[in-house]
Design a protein around this ligand. Structure first.
Ligand SMILES: NC(=O)c1ccc[n+]([C@@H]2O[C@H](COP(=O)([O-])OP(=O)(O)OC[C@H]3O[C@@H](n4cnc5c(N)ncnc54)[C@H](O)[C@@H]3O)[C@@H](O)[C@H]2O)c1
Ligand SMILES: [Zn+2]
Length: 324
């Protein structure tokens, strides 16, 4: 069991501002009090971050395994885009903005039927980008921690980018719940084959978001191949590979007693990763450290929310551990 540590440093901004307002009919006095309050609040926030980093280091020291849960925000510090909101997505793909195409319509099997060069323009660009990306230092820090724990680590990610494998994590310990861009399947699902995309070198015209060379094809029937990724309105995603990964992860659960989830960069719109983290807390008595610059609220006072980027948070926790 983990030792308890409740979150006493939670600061509720709005009620305090309301309180100041109700006691200050005089505007000048109100402004002075608000300034004082803001300064105090900033100091409190710094203390709060420090306290939460210490608490994070404490529960890390008590855990017997690390469950790494990651959404698109995990790649941001490696220079990858997340697709937060329509504007976030269009910033990464201006050609699709011009054509008025949103993430949910390009990331759909239908786009491989209506306009294969454009669909592969989008996925081919991402494939090349992820192949060329160097995972940021936070990946190394996580692996260093995990390698010292009794049961090591297990990873659950909605990212299709293969960055954990690239950073040296064991592919047998990774669940890619939405599949992988480094794997392909037949558009016509002539059979349930999934194969690696290594032979496909996409050449993309980025200004048009269009594939310039030939699309990959199914080696069995010759139809167009598509990434083995769960897309929007997708009834043909072949999930065998992900199911195998999940079975292996379930075996892992049966051994661990004090799982700690470190969740990074998981958004709220497609909440698969967040749901996973909550499941570990409730079903396996786990603890959660949630790292996210905007959505860091946690479900129980025993969990820790760090409102910052993944790399910064991991570095701060690591510095705290090293100082002990
Ligand atoms: N790299 C990838 O594989 C990739 C990239 C984009 C989208 N997707 C797919 O699109 C869907 C998007 O959902 P999602 O929730 O993963 O992403 P999202 O884009 O909806 O949300 C990203 C989250 O990351 C946070 N974030 C931003 N910068 C961060 C940083 N430096 N450190 C930590 N967190 C940061 C944001 O506040 C946000 O909450 C998923 O299904 C995913 O498979 C995958
Ligand atoms: Zn086929």
């Amino acid at each position: 069991m983990f030792k308890d540590g409740s979150d006493s440093a939670t600061t509720k901004l709005n009620p305090l501002v309301r309180q100041i307002l109700s006691h200050s009919p005089n505007k000048l006095r109100f402004t002075a009090e608000l300034n004082l309050f803001t300064r105090e609040h900033m100091l409190k926030s710094e203390d709060e971050v420090k306290l939460n980093i210490e608490r994070a280091a404490n529960i890390l020291e008590q855990a017997d395994c690390l469950i790494i849960a990651a959404g698109a925000g995990m790649g941001v510090d490696s220079g990858l885009p997340d697709f937060r909101g329509k504007e976030g997505f269009w910033k990464a793909y201006p050609a699709l903005k011009e054509a008025g195409i949103e993430f949910s319509s390009i990331a759909a099997p239908q786009s491989f039927i209506s306009n294969p060069p454009r669909a592969w323009g989008f996925y081919g660009h991402r494939l090349a980008l992820y192949r060329n990306t160097i995972p940021h230092d936070g990946f190394r820090i996580l692996k260093k921690w995990a390698d010292n724990l009794d049961f090591g680590y297990s990873i659950f990610t909605s990212n299709v980018d293969g960055q954990f494998q690239k950073a040296g994590f064991d592919s047998q310990r990774i669940v890619e719940c939405h599949g992988s861009i480094h794997h392909l399947q037949c558009m016509d699902t002539c059979r349930s084959a999934i194969w690696e995309a290594t032979d496909f070198e996409p050449l993309v015209d980025e200004t048009k978001c269009e594939l310039m060379n030939a699309s990959p094809t199914c080696p069995h029937c010759g139809s167009t191949a598509r990434p083995n990724i769960l897309m929007f309105n997708d009834w043909n995603w072949i999930e065998d590979r992900t199911e195998q990964q999940q079975l292996r992860q379930q075996l892992f659960w049966s051994k661990v007693k004090r799982p700690l989830v470190i969740e990074m960069g998981a958004g709220t719109q497609i909440p698969s990763v967040r749901h996973f983290s909550h499941r570990i807390i409730h079903e396996y008595n786990g603890r959660l450290i949630r790292i996210n610059p905007t959505d860091s609220k946690v479900p129980t006072p025993m969990d820790i929310g760090l409102q910052m980027g993944a790399l910064e948070a991991l570095r701060l926790i690591d510095a705290e551990l090293m100082s002990r």
